[in-house]
Ligand binder design. Structure first.
Ligand code: GDP
Ligand code: IMO
Ligand code: MG
Length: 429
């Protein structure tokens, strides 16, 4: 027994929520280990759509424990909204949702700072979701942050006021942005009541006891490996470690507890926000991908940038994460595209390479492509691997060979049921 990990291998939105929800019944617990409400994980089943930002994607499966780990940053306002939606849907969460006392709190002034900092960057802006993620992680590493457990402290108000004051001093140095602090603060304070009513745990003890008791745990990543603070396309990244290594620090578990690492990639590639994206298509094919894949952000509604799958990029993130299995999502989005393309190398100047350059943000990288015939038919009804058209299977085999990791899952539609397990029995850890 141990921890299996599901995470995104690209720039986020790979379909993590869907795959976690699909696999969750095989586990006792699903745990988020990093990120915060910048995430938007979409689950579709029984004709209904849910978007989760902070709550793990196992919440709709009965009897399953869902843990928000210490590596996550929590905005009580967003959490309250998510919980309200669960209540409306009749989902029992009180006995199944656990929150790490050591998770850091996103204050209204963190969002205010995010907005002011992005605004001041002008053209160089990150394209942040403006959920206060960067400023909150800055306060965490700067040793100024407030943690969820602090809301029970007798001097919580004093701690809050001190941090808020610090933020206001910082904000005075930025050009003004629109932010109704009084209203946001009132909402925030009100939402603490619900947060106080949730099950609080010392995540590291809680999860290690579960492991000792033989429980199977699925760690759910947010964002994607190319947005990792250390290895992503810095500075156009998020502020947490989105890779497998983040599981250990974000939950309080030892590396050897990690078994399978399931990396998710779309059958093509998207990115939302600024920063390098070598295979981005600025033409009508990119537009057609956006349309076919409904590529608009689940958190901000922004149009996602679209392009072909990028194998040097995927090799890089497979290496960083120790991926043992691949899940390819949104294969059905390619139904009407012919030919299909996959970048196999990058050309920089006269040099051909399969490695990502340090200065990906500054150098001109020309992706070199291999072309494949499309299938030009609907995959929506395929439930078995063998039912996929031979052209689709050839495309997947090529990816598998190049990436040197087995593809075990193929998603062919947004609904929970539209997922093909390549081998009948899933190879989970
Ligand atoms: P996440 O952040 O990784 O959980 O992904 P998002 O939910 O932000 O974005 C994935 C989007 O693709 C959502 O709208 C899903 O409903 C949708 N989706 C997931 N898998 C598939 C698939 O196989 N085919 C299609 N057409 N849509 C999918
Ligand atoms: P999920 O979990 C896609 C991007 C933002 C921006 C950069 C920094 O749904 O895959 P931040 O708000 O963290 O300061 O933004 O990271 N970003 C995401 N892109 N999916 C996400 O999450 C993302 N979370 C952050 O667009 O470019
Ligand atoms: Mg998303």
């Amino acid at each position: 027994m141990g921890i299996d990990v599901i995470l995104g291998l690209q720039w986020g939105d790979e379909g993590k929520g869907k795959v976690v929800d699909y696999l969750a019944p095989q586990y006792h617990m699903v745990a988020r280990f990093q990120g915060g409400p910048n995430a938007g994980h979409t689950l579709i089943f029984d004709g209904k759509k849910y978007v989760l930002h902070t709550i793990p994607s196992g919440i709709f499966r009965e009897n399953l424990i869902n843990l928000i780990g210490n590596g996550v940053v929590i905005d009580p306002i967003t959490l309250e909204k998510e919980i309200q939606k669960l209540s409306e849907a009749g989902v029992e969460f009180q006995s199944r949702l656990y929150v790490a006392r050591k998770a850091h709190l996103i204050l209204p002034t963190h969002r205010y700072l995010d907005a002011a900092s992005e605004n001041a960057k002008g053209k160089a802006k990150i394209g942040s979701t403006l959920r206060g993620i960067g400023p909150t992680y800055m306060d965490k590493t700067g040793r100024n942050g407030l943690r969820v457990g602090d809301i029970f402290s007798p001097n919580f108000q004093e701690k809050y006021d001190t941090l808020k004051q610090k933020h206001l001093t910082l904000l005075a140095q930025y050009p003004a942005v629109d932010f109704d602090l009084e209203t946001e603060e009132a909402k925030w304070t009100a939402s603490l009541a619900l947060l106080r009513s949730l099950n609080m745990v010392d995540c590291e003890y809680f999860i290690n006891q579960a492991l000792k008791d033989g429980k199977r745990i699925l760690a759910e990543g947010a964002q994607g490996s190319m947005l990792d603070i250390d290895f992503g396309t810095y500075p156009f990244v998020t502020s947490s470690n989105t890779i497998t290594a983040g599981v250990c620090t974000g939950l309080g578990v030892a590396p050897q507890t990690i078994k399978e690492v399931i990396g998710i990639t779309k059958a093509y590639c998207t990115r939302v926000g600024s920063g390098p994206f070598p295979t981005e298509l600025h033409d009508e094919t990119g537009e057609a991908l956006r349309k076919a894949g409904h590529e608009f952000g689940a958190t901000t509604g922004r149009p996602r940038r679209c392009g072909w799958i990028d194998l040097p990029q995927l090799k890089y993130t497979i290496l960083l994460n120790g991926v043992t299995q691949l899940a390819v999502t949104k294969l059905d989005v390619l139904n009407d595209f012919n030919p299909l393309r996959a970048a196999t190398h990058y050309k920089t100047g006269n040099e051909l390479t399969k490695d990502l350059p340090f200065d990906l943000c500054d150098v001109d990288v020309q992706p070199q492509y291999s072309d494949f015939p499309g299938w030009e038919q609907d995959l929506g009804n395929c439930q078995e691997y063998d039912e996929l058209p031979s052209t689709a299977r050839e495309y997947l085999s090529f990816l598998e060979q190049e990436l040197e990791v087995p593809i075990t899952m193929i998603s062919v539609g947004p609904d929970r049921v539209s997922l093909i397990l390549k081998e009948k029995e899933a190879i989970l850890g």
